[in-house]
Design a protein around this ligand. Structure first.
Ligand code: DGJ
Length: 730
């Protein structure tokens, strides 16, 4: 509240007005270290004046001139609408019943409300001719320097209108050289990092697959402002992420005057949205953060914010686990599973997850990926003792129990497909293409929503001992369409909204069950899904070297506490690569550790190592789940990759370092630590080995030494790795 009063009196000071006379012209959406200044111009339009470090009294912007000539469009609207003088990428584009496709939004009013840690500013804009209204909502999370922004569009006119574009948020940045970091990839190589200097024109990050939208790109980015290079510790960095699990579009438009406008929201392609008289459309949240201390701080801001406010799990620890998939695939009996449970218990794991293959019977039995989806009864031929027996067995061994479902899908070879062909996503008189022998169910249909909820609900009823559900989703949408919807262009938006509706229903009934968002690996990794799911399956690629890049990219935006990370067999089922067991464990330790192999194939010695690595992980996982992530070196830049997680009070940290390319026997890497207290003394000791790679193992060093000089472990050979505990020496 202090901030609002200060901002308000700052305004009065400049205008020389008393409180009841004033019409506020400037709004400061401020956090502890950042400020978004919005101003109403003399033309009544709402402009973005500034986003970045605080600038003091916002009314200093009075009379501000950008120098833009009128034949070069408009200055930066807070929510640029197609029409009038604005011709660049629009956040909003509407066509009205009389054929007019212009919208010109002017400021009407605003409100500011405050809860202990969030200041919410809502600004009402209106098009005078059509009475279309837009409310812009900015929630400023003070401590985390995060501004969450979205819009609500209301048809205040008398007839139906069509929304051609309906972005969540727009942000403007000064002319300059800006480095964009974004993500690309495919199945088993998600979240690879691409970096490029933005040039005049429009750079678009988008997905149009409907579901499984984050294999090939991700609705998130980092933008190093006024810089052509990446820095973890220095310079201005803005990071953004859209909380939406459907089609998305993020446009970065650098115009004639080299000013940059970023517009983010639902992808309106094939989704022209009808809005009837009086109806409202609420767009998903766009999350922004600004850092004046490089990319490291920007990531930590997002991690802190999401752990506190967005992620369902809110950093509670998801148990270590053994997943049956790569160890057994579809080929198991009850005995296979109980043996795996015995081995998991023996190695100190805390949960067993039965993956795909436990359901459907007879001709549709789920013994391969082309059968059974939709027929969610236990396959009694394969598992005559039932799921309860296995779950109970796990609990008796002290393990939690989880099970896999893929409720949005149906195999062609299933009873459900025969009984309800109208529930399948389809376009009339077009071929129904299959992937993995399966089709997508039409979630826009309320009957299908009930069915999908029912799949979850019935699975939970299979036993009183189900603690975890792995929710998979193994294809994207093709030939989009619905036998239920009157307006086919609503399909993509309504599908994602329906998914969230189902998840809300599930969470109302099952608030405690841990749910993983899996989509052929990392196909549904976004902050929209994370509002309902406790964690994501980052990739089907469990090979440790590939994981380095997948985890590095994922954790630029998403916190480690939501990323499942498994140790699998060698040669890797995905890449054929051979990596040492220690390297595999040390890589998995950077997220929520799991194992995904047949424990019977491990040697006795390997099992001993696994037991010890799992046990040591439990001593520092609180840091992985709730600590501050510092990236000490990037896998893209050299022969090593190193990160650390430090406790908020700077009393403990864990450092993880890896050699990912052979360099030369004589060159030891140096890792300068971060996030410690320079004035504290710390003891350093290496875990998961009897022969430490560091000459200073067990010694005490000052925070200054560790941060200004660094450590130089002998990680010389390919796949050498080390995990160090750093503890304050009191
Ligand atoms: C894809 C998932 O990503 C895998 O982990 C596994 O669950 C398979 N589906 C099962 O079909």
């Amino acid at each position: 509240m202090k901030k609002i009063i200060a901002a308000f009196s700052c305004l009065l000071m400049v205008l020389g007005l008393s409180a009841n006379q004033v019409e506020p012209l400037f709004l400061n959406v401020a956090t502890d270290n950042s400020s978004l200044v919005l101003g109403v111009g003399q033309d009544g339009k709402l402009y973005i004046q500034h986003y970045g470090a605080p600038v003091g009294c916002e009314s200093q912007f009075e009379g501000y001139q950008t120098g833009r000539r009128v034949d070069y469009g408009t200055d930066d609207f807070a929510y640029p609408a197609r029409g009038g003088r604005y011709y660049n990428q629009p956040a909003l584009a509407v066509c009205y019943a009389d054929g007019d496709c212009n919208t010109e939004l002017t400021y009407v009013s605003h409100t500011i409300t405050q809860s202990p840690s969030v200041v919410k500013t809502e600004i009402l804009l209106r098009d005078v001719k059509t009475l279309l209204e837009v409310t812009l909502i900015y929630e400023a999370y003070q401590k985390e320097d995060v501004i969450v922004s979205h819009s609500v569009i209301k048809n205040g006119g008398k007839k139906r209108v069509y929304l051609d574009s309906y972005a969540s948020s727009s942000m403007a940045f000064p002319a300059g050289k800006h480095l964009l970091t974004h993500f690309y990839g495919s199945w088993a190589r998600e979240m690879q990092v691409a970096r490029e200097i933005l040039t005049p024109g429009v750079k678009t990050i988008q997905n149009r697959m409907g579901i499984r939208t984050t294999h090939t790109e991700n609705p998130s980015f980092l933008l190093s402002l006024h810089s052509d290079s990446w820095s973890e510790t220095q310079g201005e960095v803005v990071a953004g992420a859209l909380a939406w699990s459907g089609n998305y579009k993020l446009d970065f438009q650098m115009d004639e005057s080299q000013k940059l406008v970023v517009i983010a929201g639902i992808n309106p392609e094939a989704a022209r949205y009808p809005l009837d008289k009086g109806a409202e459309f609420e767009t998903p949240n766009m999350i922004w953060t600004w850092s004046g201390e490089g990319a490291g701080r920007a990531s930590r801001n997002l991690h802190d914010w999401s752990r506190r406010y967005q992620c369902y799990s809110q950093a509670e620890v998801v148990p270590t686990l053994l997943n049956s998939w790569e160890g057994a695939y579809f080929d198991f009996t009850t005995r296979t599973l109980t043996d795996m449970i015995d081995d998991a218990a023996d190695m100190g794991l805390e949960m067993f997850v039965l993956d795909d293959g436990w359901f459907a019977s007879g001709e549709f039995a789920r013994n391969d990926s082309r059968h059974g989806l939709g027929d969610w009864e236990v396959n009694a031929e394969k598992l005559p003792e039932g799921i309860d027996y296995i779950a109970d067995y796990a609990h008796q061994k002290g393990l939690k129990f989880g099970i896999w479902i893929e409720p949005e899908m149906v195999n062609k070879a299933s009873r459900l497909a025969q009984e309800h062909p109208e529930w399948i996503v389809q376009s009339k008189d077009r071929e129904l293409t299959t992937t993995r022998g399966q089709w997508v169910l039409d979630l826009t249909n309320p009957q299908v929503q009930d069915f999908v909820f029912g799949v979850f609900d019935r699975t939970m009823q299979l036993s009183d001992h189900i603690d975890y559900i792995k929710w998979d989703c193994n294809r994207h949408v093709e030939s989009f369409g619905s036998t239920y919807l009157k307006d086919q262009e609503r399909f993509y938006v309504d599908y994602t909204q329906a998914l969230y509706k189902i998840m809300r229903r599930i969470r109302a009934k099952y608030p405690e069950v841990i749910i993983q968002s899996c989509s052929s690996g990392g196909g549904r990794v976004d902050y929209g899904a994370l509002a309902y799911f406790d964690e994501v399956w980052t990739s089907d690629n469990t090979e440790a070297l590939s994981r380095v890049f997948i985890q590095y990219g994922t954790n630029l935006i998403y916190p480690a506490c939501v990323t499942g990370s498994h140790v699998s067999a060698v040669p890797s089922h995905q890449t054929g690569n051979m990596t040492p067991l220690k390297f595999r464990f040390d890589i998995a330790a950077a997220g929520r550790i799991g194992m995904e192999l047949q424990p019977k194939d491990l040697t006795a010695e390997e099992k001993v190592f696994a037991r010890q690595a799992i046990s040591s992980y439990k001593t520092y996982r609180d840091l992985v789940f709730s600590g501050d992530l510092y990236r000490l070196c990037s896998p893209y830049d050299g022969n090593h990759y190193a990160i650390m997680y430090a406790s908020k009070d700077k009393s403990r940290a864990v450092v993880m370092a890896y050699c990912i390319r052979y360099q030369a026997r004589t060159l030891k890497p140096y890792f300068r630590l971060q996030g410690l207290d320079p004035d504290k003394e710390y003891k350093i000791y290496e875990l998961n080995t009897e022969n430490s790679s560091f000459w200073g193992n067990g010694k005490v060093f000052s925070g200054k030494y560790l941060m200004n000089h660094g450590i130089n472990p002998a990680l010389l050979k390919l796949y050498d790795s080390a995990i160090f505990m750093i503890e304050e020496n009191k």
